[in-house]
Design a protein. Structure first.
Length: 363
């Protein structure tokens, strides 16, 4: 089995970390690096000294890749992914795959048409704690799950200006953090059908309309599944949380409960527990080197087969829920002010992939 030839587009902290994980696993040949910041490219070359530093996505695709790992600003994810897939190159992309369900659907359709593997770095699925909980759910250990509480509060906001530009990011904390929560819950429950979605988004304590240039720093949502199960979501940037981060996914059923929680405010350490009444059974504790696990698993799968995996269709399911939360928040604002509801415009189209890649910064 020949190791796949990989290129890395965007090698800031996240892109370089995923590169290190794949390099350490020894399952792929890293042949190309593209980043507009020379210092970032040089740091990545230290991980893969044999890789060529090239200009942008076109330069990478000219190297005869099997797959590309994309870690650029969010507005570039969809067009860059589509461009690679149309050249027959598999894609592993940072989240969000697109700024809207329409963008995500376009990428998934490109992967389906090209019959190429598509992965997204929804990395919390790869934690041992969350995998143990999913196994318990599949065993029926919780009985009929009727409620899920999802929380991701970050005491810090993003450090790159493009995160706060709606045209580039597609949204604020909901797009940045909420995507993980929605994906975790739907994935853990085997992607059930969603019946209803309602939400509110805020900026500096004030309700925020979807068409505002400003992005939200606090979001609340209720997601009701066709089974009747209710998911409650809360996420934020810059929250006065008394710790660096509060991250959890708690599942409650007729026979028990289970909780995925970060430890002592950490962004990296997670534990899992199973509940029966007042008793608690530990399922997983740190340490757990999960950060690059999703990327390694994608590369491992790519080494076996570069064919489209229908599980990628669920990326659209998650993006659709986010769209519905944003739309619901806008509708509520207009209902309260008595104004006529307006459509929710999609973010403006990004520039062509090749020129965009040349000026992008790594996410």
């Amino acid at each position: 089995m020949r190791p796949p030839r990989l290129g890395f587009l965007g090698v800031g902290w996240i892109g370089r970390h995923r590169m290190q994980a794949i390099a350490h696993a020894g399952i792929a040949e890293i042949v190309g690096i593209a980043d507009p910041v020379p210092e970032m490219a040089d740091a990545a070359r230290a991980v893969a000294p044999g890789a060529a530093c090239v200009a942008g996505l076109d330069g990478l695709l000219a190297l005869g890749l099997d797959g590309v790992v994309i870690a650029t600003p969010s507005a570039l994810h969809a067009p860059q992914s589509i461009a690679a897939l149309r050249k027959g190159v598999a894609v592993f992309c940072q989240k969000p795959l697109g700024r809207s369900a329409a963008e995500v659907r376009g990428v998934v359709e490109a992967a389906r048409q090209a019959d190429r593997l598509l992965g997204v770095d929804l990395s919390y699925r790869a934690t041992e704690a969350m995998r143990r909980i999913r196994a318990k759910l599949r065993e029926g250990a919780l009985g009929q799950v009727h409620a899920v509480d999802l929380v991701f509060h970050n005491a810090y906001g993003p450090d790159k200006p493009w995160f706060k530009d709606r045209a580039q990011s597609g949204g604020g904390c909901l797009m940045d953090l909420g995507v993980h929560l929605v994906d975790l819950a739907l994935w853990a429950l085997d992607f059930p059908a969603v019946a209803d979605v309602s939400g509110r988004v805020f900026a500096k304590g004030m309700p925020l309309p979807r068409d505002a240039a400003q992005v939200e720093d606090f979001a609340l949502a209720t997601i009701t599944l066709e089974s009747g199960t209710v998911l409650r979501l809360a996420c934020s940037w810059w929250l006065h949380a008394g710790r660096d981060a509060a991250i959890s996914a708690e599942f409650y059923g007729t026979e028990g409960g289970a909780a995925f929680r970060n430890v002592a405010g950490s962004f990296y350490d997670f534990e899992a527990a199973l509940f029966r009444g007042t008793s608690s059974e530990t399922l997983a504790v740190p340490p757990d080197e999960w950060g690059g696990r999703t990327a390694v698993e994608w590369a491992t799968r790519l080494a076996r087969s570069n064919r489209f995996d229908a599980a990628a269709l669920h990326f659209v399911d998650v993006a659709t829920v986010l769209d519905r939360i944003y739309a619901s928040g806008l509708d509520r604002i207009h209902a309260s002010t008595g104004q006529e509801p307006r459509s929710c415009p999609a973010p403006s189209s990004p520039a062509a992939p090749a020129s965009s890649a040349a000026r992008s910064a790594a996410s």
